[in-house]
Design a protein around this ligand. Structure first.
Ligand code: Z5A
Length: 212
């Protein structure tokens, strides 16, 4: 029997986070773990979804300043954590979140250049006691990730940013995961079958360690 966990999937656009979530859920099912809450950030509550729309929207005569964008990401996160994630964990459910606060450090910190100190202060204020048990970081080059994402709908406000923005974002991710011991890094540039195989292998290995 494994105690319920909080698992976070991170990575750039087009890294394959949606696939990774499905893959992890399927593995958990094989362990008879079916009480799983899946969420995405920003989003997954009515208010957080409204905030998500706001952060993605392109305005004609206005634009989000970077600090506003950061605060909106944290507002959506707080809403989701208090309304859904904490209650689920307290009730013994597993939680899989497509993104969490490493995204803010990478996108608003690395990409937009907001000081790390400001972001870690927000983290300490609201989420100090909510540390993911595992972060799966899907490492994709910005060129490959964006080319996958560009095949979809019109680009939103964040997706429209320069390649340089995404390079800085990835650099920040790589730096953060080096400092975080509960992280699995997956090469997401590879073909989807190989990525799925590697995720499965690493998650099984991690789950086995949770049982001892
Ligand atoms: N954001 C932020 O700035 N700060 C924050 O604190 C938070 C978020 C929490 C969320 O929008 C945006 O908010 C995001 C960061 C920002 N913006 N950007 N840029 P989103 O949810 O729309 O964006 P996303 O989270 O990056 O979702 P995504 O683009 O859908 O990425 P994904 O879930 O990782 O990818 P996917 O849907 O699994 O795959 C995308 C496509 O690639 C799909 O057609 C797949 O078939 C294909 N794919 C995936 N993997 C492969 C491989 N290995 N080979 C070939 N094709 C593949």
């Amino acid at each position: 029997m494994i105690k319920n966990k909080f698992i976070v999937i991170e990575g750039l656009e087009g890294a394959g986070k949606t696939y990774a979530c499905i893959c992890i859920k399927n593995i958990l099912k094989k362990y008879n773990i079916t009480n799983i809450l899946s969420v995405r950030q920003p989003g997954s509550t009515p208010i957080a979804e409204e905030i998500r729309n706001l952060t993605k929207k392109k305005f004609k005569n206005d634009n989000l300043i970077k600090e506003t964008e950061l605060l909106l990401m944290y507002a959506a996160r707080l809403q989701l954590v208090e309304k859904k994630i904490k209650p689920a964990l307290e009730n013994g459910m597993w939680v899989i979140s497509d993104r969490h606060d490493l995204s803010s450090l990478a996108y608003q910190g690395g990409g937009l250049g907001i000081k790390k100190k400001i972001i870690t202060q927000l983290h300490s204020l609201f989420f100090e006691n909510l540390i993911p048990d595992l972060t799966v970081y899907l490492d994709v080059s910005p060129k490959i990730g964006l080319s996958r994402a560009y095949n979809r709908d019109p680009l939103d406000q964040i997706e429209s940013r320069s390649l340089e923005f995404f390079r800085k974002t990835r650099k920040s991710y790589l730096k953060s995961i080096q400092l975080n011991k509960n992280t699995i890094k997956i090469n997401a540039n590879l073909n989807i079958k190989i990525v799925t195989h590697n995720i499965t292998k690493k998650i099984l290995n991690w789950l086995n360690k949770q049982m001892v």
